[in-house]
Design a protein around this ligand. Structure first.
Ligand code: UDP
Length: 464
């Protein structure tokens, strides 16, 4: 096995000296848990087609849980022979890449057939390391299937986060992939059969109850953001550092190039804003893309639209931005627009608000939970070009009000959406589930009694 030691960047926290795995595994007072994220590698560059909020979530939650006392292993699928099998991020948190199917990128809709191999690889890994994960937290429906298989054969407690929901996704697409029915069935099974699923907003909980199942447990625990990285920076300072015009209003989009992200609505709204007010502005559309993949096609479509609407001069595409530089972009902007057709949570909105930037977002999903209209930004119906144009106009023309929005936005995030806070709530949940499972086992006839170490290995949740 190839092992890479920690290569932290500023977005992921403070760099730590890595500890040899033998020493790490020698530590018996930590409860091991597995986070499974088959297509969302927690160690890759984010902001691309297959890498976005899910990768950030798993990595940040994993790192924060390790700081709370757990031994965290994050499992994903290896897609290149030259990727290290194990990446140690900090003494008690690592990414483990398992081989399942060919060592190449495979679109997520085509991954299902390789999942049995993933289950076998996971079991082999456990056997080889002599570790048993009593709790597995799966992410996205593909990992949910793996979790359900593990639960069938082992005494595993299962927690799941959806990140995206087939029932919502397929409402908006004309062509349903052939895997759709399988996905929908698994999304229902995981709600009904796991210990609990995590809804990242009360709106997601409602959707799950309404569209997926009335049965099963749901715990509402939001996503978070790294407050050490995403914080208020003065606008002039940020613009100076980025070499941006100190005066011209800046409208910012950050995210993947995907038609469901609604970038087209934003571009058309900017065009309308310009036509009706004759105002000057800069539109920055940030996000990675690969010309050979679908995000590359979407970027080309958006660039064509920008040119067709005569916005070429005003618009720039800086490409994929790392979390090291993103805070400067958020802080430099007058407004960040999140025009998604649907968003279960929407990390970009809280990252921008944490930097003190008001957000105009579609009034869908988690965005209705994070953005407080008139207080931290504005909400507009999805795909409503006039609505977005009016909202942009309001925010760019009322300086006094926007100063208030800026302040309230950063306070909202620091008080409600830190990864540390998220991890504390997840940690409490895991502890409760594990404690209940031990009690259940004790109630079974012929069951063994609980050992003292079983109780003490459930870690405390105070951050250290
Ligand atoms: N992102 C990034 N660089 C980019 C574009 C996006 O780091 O150029 C990150 C962004 O900061 C956020 C994540 O990708 O953390 C997107 O998460 P979100 O929940 O907004 O959308 P998703 O990708 O899950 O649909």
């Amino acid at each position: 096995q190839t092992v890479k030691t920690s290569t932290f960047n500023a977005s992921q926290g403070t760099a730590k000296k890595s500890t040899p795995i033998s020493q790490r595994l020698g530590s018996r007072n930590r409860q091991p848990i597995a986070l499974i994220s088959i297509h969302g590698d927690p160690d890759v560059d984010i902001g691309r087609e297959e890498a976005g909020g899910q990768n950030v979530y798993v990595r940040q939650v994993g790192e924060a849980l390790a700081k709370l006392g757990w031994q965290v292993d994050m499992f994903t699928r290896k897609i290149h022979a030259n990727q290290p099998t194990i990446v140690q991020h900090s003494p008690y948190c690592r990414t483990i890449r398992l081989s399942a199917g060919p060592l190449e990128y495979i679109p997520r809709d085509e991954l299902f057939e390789y999942l049995p191999e993933f289950v076998t690889a996971f079991q082999n890994f456990q056997a080889k390391e002599g570790t048993n994960y009593p709790l597995v937290h799966t992410n996205y429906w593909l990992s949910a299937w793996v979790g359900l298989q593990l639960k069938k054969h082992h005494n595993v407690q299962l927690v799941h986060t959806y990140h995206s929901l087939g029932k919502v996704k397929y409402q908006a697409v004309s062509h349903r992939p052939s895997i759709a029915d399988t996905r929908l069935a698994i999304e229902q099974q995981i709600l009904e059969q796991s210990n609990t699923v995590i809804a990242t907003s009360p709106q997601e909980e409602e959707v799950l109850r309404y569209l997926v199942s009335q049965n099963g447990h749901i715990s509402v625990i939001p996503c978070g953001t790294n407050l050490e990285n995403f914080h208020v920076i003065s606008k002039p300072e940020a613009r100076l550092k980025l070499g941006l015009d100190p005066q011209k209003p800046i409208i910012l989009y950050v995210g993947r190039f995907d038609p469901r992200k609604g970038i087209e609505t934003l571009v058309r709204a900017c065009h309308q804003y310009q036509t009706t007010t004759n105002a000057s502005f800069k539109l920055i559309i940030a996000g990675g893309s690969d010309p050979n993949k679908t995000d590359g096609q979407e970027r080309q479509r958006i660039e064509d639209l920008v040119n067709e609407l005569g916005l070429t001069e005003q618009t720039c595409f800086p490409g994929q931005l790392s979390h090291d530089i993103l805070p400067l972009y958020y802080a430099a902007a007058d407004v960040c627009v999140v025009p998604s057709h649907y968003e279960p949570f929407g990390l970009v909105a809280i990252e921008a608000m944490a930097c003190g930037t008001p957000v105009i977002a579609s009034n869908v999903g988690g965005l209705k939970f994070t953005v407080i209209p008139e207080e931290t930004g504005l909400l507009v119906p999805p795909q409503d070009i006039n609505g977005f144009a009016d909202a942009i106009n309001r925010i760019l023309t009322d300086d006094v009000w926007t100063q208030k929005l800026r302040k309230q936005a950063s306070v909202r995030v620091s008080e409600n959406f830190s990864w540390v806070g998220v991890a504390i709530r997840l940690s409490d949940l895991y502890r409760r589930i594990l404690a209940e499972s031990i009690m259940d086992e004790r109630l079974l006839p012929l069951s063994r009694s609980i050992t003292a170490s079983e109780i003490t290995t459930i870690p405390v949740t105070n951050p250290t």
